[in-house]
Structures are given as structure tokens and as C-alpha cells.
Design a protein. Sequence first.
Length: 273
Amino acid sequence: MTLSPRAAADLLAEHGLRPRKALGQHFVVDPNTVRRIARLAGVGPGDRVVEIGAGLGSLTLALLETGAEVTAIEVDPGLVAVLEQVAAPAGARVVAGDALRLEWDALLDGGPWTLVANLPYNVASPLVADLLDGVPAIQRMLVMVQREVGDRLVAGPGHRAHGALSVKVAYWASASIVGRVPASVFLPPPDVASVLVAVERRPVPAVDPAEVAPEALFALVRAGFAGRRKMLRRSLAGRVPPEAFAAAGVPPEARAEDLDVAAWGRLARWATP
């Protein structure tokens, strides 16, 4: 079973807890929603799932219902105690820790793993980026995030939300918005809309790392988007020689938001450190 709104409120009261705004805590308390998330994640018996920001354990229980093995991570000590009471007896491994600072190689024994999470809004972007960069054991993600963040994760060239994060995601993975989540299913309800984003890691990165190191590529992308209103010949002056634009097939008057990850890769082959 999963948690109803009344059960969630009772758990908070029992442990003397209240949602902490500083940690971006908005708990999903609708059983249909958490089961829908588990279904969209496509996990089941034999799958290994890691959940970040497990909170009160409502999504954790829905994931366990599928037969998957679940590792639930939570930074708030009070909520860790709730998870030990609610999720651990149902079969979850509960880990106390900050997902931005965990030793992932030690925590995840090999792969593949699927990340399924209602990510705290204040850490969603850096967390997804860090996991793509440094935790290849996580092969798939289904994350619930603020709609604005979801747009940045999936945006392609020319979209107003297309930015450095979009390029990083496209380098490592394919991503799409697969659902929307109303504020009414949260405790407390957030002031923003939420979406579900599916991320599937590519077998190989979109740009050959043997030709362009990812660190060099992402540094160039950040430089380009730092002056996103400028033409690239200006925002990348000193990093990319003028003749590189024609060689890379990129108009020098283009702006950062116009380029896909492949175009950034071609430019990066000419960039100076």
C-alpha cells in the first residue's frame, strides 16, 4: 500500500515534523500518482531502483509494489526515521545522506540502475547533471521536477529554455517530458507546476570523447551561453578562431541557443583551452 493524505499528515505529526522549505520538501500524497510514476518508470522484479529524496516513503512503497529492489536516499534525519518505520519493513534499503555528496560508486554495486525520484526543486538541475557526468551505473531516470527545470532538461535548439543544461543532457542521454503532475497531489502544494521527465542514457556520448573531452566541450558551451544574446563570434572570441566557424559548419552570427550538441562538438574541436 502507499500513503494517503491523512496517513502522510499523521506520520508528520507522529514524528513532530513539518515540510522544510529550505530543503524544497513537497511530499506526494496521492496513491494514484505514485503508482503512475512507478508504471511510467517501467521497473519490476529484478530491477534496481535508487530514489533520491524519498521523504515519507509514498513513492518508495509504490516502487516496492512493482517487485523492484529499492534504495531510498534521504538527507533529512527526521524523514530517515520515518522511512525506517514505513519503507524499510516493506523491503527498502534506507540510506541517510546528501545525494550531491554521496560516494555513488560505493553505494551502487555495478549496474544498471534506474533513478526514480520526486527531486527537491532546489537541487534538481545540478543533481541530474552530476549523475549524468559521474554515475554511469544509472542508465535511466524518471524524475519529477518543476516544469521550468523539465523544459530545460529536454529543450532543443531554438527553444527559449535551451541552455547549457540542455546540451549536457543531450550529450549523455535522450530526454522527454512524459507527464504532468498537478499541485493538488503534494503536501504542501507547490506554487509551480511539475512534470515527469524520462531520461535514457546513450550507449555512447553524442560527441566522441576521444576527439573532444567532455570537460572541454562543456566549458565551451558554458562560455557560449554566458553571452547567449551575443553572436558566437563574439561570445567565443579568444576561444574559437574565426576560421573555425566555417570549418565546423556553424554560422558565426549564430547564438548559443541555435546550436545542437553535435554543432557544439564540431566547434569544440577548434577551441583553445
